[in-house]
Ligand binder design. Structure first.
Ligand SMILES: Nc1ncnc2c1ncn2[C@@H]1O[C@H](COP(=O)(O)OP(=O)(O)O)[C@@H](O)[C@H]1O
Ligand SMILES: [Mg+2]
Length: 600
């Protein structure tokens, strides 16, 4: 499997039969259908105009020889001919302008409708991604989701704004022009059909070749994107470990691949375009030669010549448009595939709203696996009383973070029950559950924007005073006051302009502001300076007054002060009690304590 496949396809992608695909697309097209009909009427008018324009030229050519007489004799018939020519020329000009205006209006109508369709589709896809559980999202490479939200919707918008309509237009054009040529000379028109067949054949062969090259190119581009993306994020590490040369060499290979395929594209097109041009000139020369033999008038020959050019362009475009349809077809297939993935974590139909939690939390024989049968939590049971502070302790990978995620239903458990205030959390509306539980996660995520937006999460109903109050509560006020713009301080991508500890404090403020009744905290230990550490400890103490608090604890002080300590090993609860009682047991916790904290 190539990298392209890995980043482009998702588990569960499947073919959708064409009729069903059309039916689903129809749902989006239907509201716009009258606009499409309208645009199509404009196109018919345009095709007719383009089909009769060569006739105008022909009429002018017809009279030109008489104008020569005018210069010699100056008789009145010749003057009339001159007027005739001028009038026809003006008519030609007027038609050109009308045609231009029609093209313009039609273009705008199609763009508006097409963009509306895509807007709706993009919104749907994004909202659908939002509705999926963490576990489902883990299965989907970010690259592939990004491609679906942006590129694939663009391919489809091409279909509506450009491809379908132009395909119809071109087919219509070919038919109408062919009829006009038949009227002028059925014999020459049939000869053109021979050229037409040749153009189609060459275009077809070319498409097959180019399709392969393009596929390879897309793969290389995708590889390069992934590489650049990862390495920009990891540039710090590259520089610290002096890995630039090795990275350059890796990049060189990708760059070289891309250069070679691009070159192949150029070679292929370099052959294709001249071939078509040769055919085009061949068709014209044949027209004139055969025309002369059959003693065609100059006017008819010129008209025929103009028709040949109006014949060639649409035929070439049709090949391109068939290609674009194929692209849009697979794009829409993949979009629908994504939309067809049912969200795993859903509200039960009879789920209830909860306004207030006392804060009792119970795990009853909970079994959980991220992947089938690879049990991460095995028969986990414990009860936490309201307002208690509980510390989860255990080695890395023991399942501490997992337990916290399960309480807010980031994932669905396979066996057992999780209850809050003796209600199974599956019977509570997810929104109301998450609203009452404040989560402070291991890696704090800050969005680019301002500090205020990161704390209020764009909820405008909070006043600055409320925000600052929350900040004071968690001790975030001192560094916010110190920063130049206060709450308006700019946060750059991922909050890189703040220290880890400061980010943690911002996330505390964010949580406290939303007035939760249960707090969940995955304690981060790394990279926090002593000064901020003290602030964090103090704010932790205060937050304990808010309600029940679950902490994945690394600091001894947090653990010691907890009402209950739950010790985990390989996804099982092995000990449960407070600091003193656990020490007395002289079990795992005792050993851990000796090992990790004895020196402190
Ligand atoms: N999203 C995930 N998909 C698959 N396995 C995971 C995922 N998250 C964690 N795990 C696995 O679950 C186990 C417990 O992880 P975690 O709860 O994060 O441990 P802890 O927080 O105690 O260090 C680990 O073995 C880890 O590899
Ligand atoms: Mg963890």
């Amino acid at each position: 499997m190539s990298v392209y496949d890995k980043t482009e396809s998702l588990k569960g992608d499947k073919k959708i039969p064409l009729p069903i695909l059309f039916k689903r697309l129809w749902y989006y097209i239907k509201p716009e259908i009258w606009w499409f009909v309208f645009a199509f009427l404009f196109i018919i008018v345009n095709v007719v105009i383009e089909a009769i324009m060569p006739q105008f030229i022909s009429m002018i050519v017809d009279k030109l020889e008489f104008v020569e007489d005018l210069i010699e004799t100056g008789d009145s018939a010749a003057v009339n001919n001159l007027y005739y020519i001028i009038i026809v020329a003006i008519g030609y000009l007027v038609l050109s302008v009308v045609s231009f205006i029609f093209y313009y209006i039609q273009g705008i109508i199609l763009q508006r409708s097409g963009q509306r369709i895509i807007y709706k589709l993009r919104m749907e896809v994004f909202e659908h991604i939002e509705s999926m559980s963490q576990n489902q999202l883990n299965d989907m490479p970010v690259g592939s989701l990004v491609t679906r939200v942006t590129n694939y919707t663009t391919s489809m918008s091409d279909l509506f704004t450009n491809v379908l309509v132009n395909l119809l237009k071109n087919i219509l054009m070919v038919v109408v022009v062919f009829i006009m040529m038949m009227i002028l000379s059925w014999y020459l028109a049939l000869v053109q059909v021979g050229f037409l067949a040749a153009v189609f054949l060459i275009s077809y062969i070319f498409r097959v070749i180019v399709y392969r090259i393009f596929k390879k190119e897309r793969q290389y581009v995708s590889e390069m994107n992934a590489f650049v993306n990862e390495n920009l994020s990891g540039m710090k590490i590259t520089q610290i470990f002096n890995q630039q040369k090795r990275k350059e060499n890796e990049f060189l290979v990708k760059n070289e691949n891309l250069r070679k395929t691009r070159y192949q594209v150029v070679l292929a097109f370099g052959l294709y375009r001249p071939l078509l041009t040769i055919l085009y000139y061949g068709a014209i020369v044949t027209t004139f030669v055969l025309g002369m033999q059959s003693e065609m008038t100059a006017a008819v020959a010129v008209a025929f010549y103009l028709y040949v050019s109006r014949f060639f362009n649409p035929v070439q475009s049709i090949a391109d448009q068939l290609n674009a349809i194929q692209k849009a077809n697979s794009a829409s297939e993949r979009l629908f595939n994504l939309l067809d993935i049912d969200p795993q974590v859903l509200d039960r139909p009879d789920a209830i709203e909860v306004d207030h939690f006392e804060g009792k939390i119970e795990f009853r024989n909970v079994w959980f696996a991220y992947e089938k049968d690879n049990w991460i939590l095995k028969d986990v049971s414990f009860v936490i009383q309201p307002k208690q502070t509980v510390a989860f302790v255990g080695a890395t990978g023991a399942g501490k973070t997992t337990i916290l995620g399960l309480i807010v239903r980031n994932f669905e458990i396979q066996k057992g029950q999780i209850l809050i205030d003796d209600i199974d959390i599956r019977d509570i509306k997810i929104k109301s559950l998450r609203k009452k539980i404040g989560q402070m996660l291991q890696d704090v995520f800050l969005f680019s924007g301002t500090m205020r937006n990161n704390i209020t999460l764009h909820d405008e109903s909070y006043t600055d005073e409320q925000v600052m109050q929350a900040c004071r509560y968690v001790n975030a006020d001192s560094f916010i006051n110190k920063s130049e713009k206060g709450l308006d301080e700019i946060v750059i991508e991922r909050g890189e302009n703040f220290s880890q500890g400061q980010r943690q404090l911002i996330s505390f403020a964010r949580t406290v502001l939303s007035e939760p009744q249960i707090l969940v905290l995955d304690e981060a230990t790394a990279n926090i300076d002593t000064e901020t550490e003290v602030l964090i400890q103090e704010s932790l103490e205060k937050m304990k007054n808010i309600g029940t608090m679950l902490i994945v604890a690394h600091r001894l002080s947090t653990i010691q002060k907890a009402d209950q300590i739950i010790v985990l090993q390989h996804g099982e609860v092995i000990e449960n009690g407070n600091h003193q009682s656990l020490l007395k047991q002289k079990g795992f916790y005792y050993k851990l304590y000796k090992l990790q904290f004895a020196d402190n």
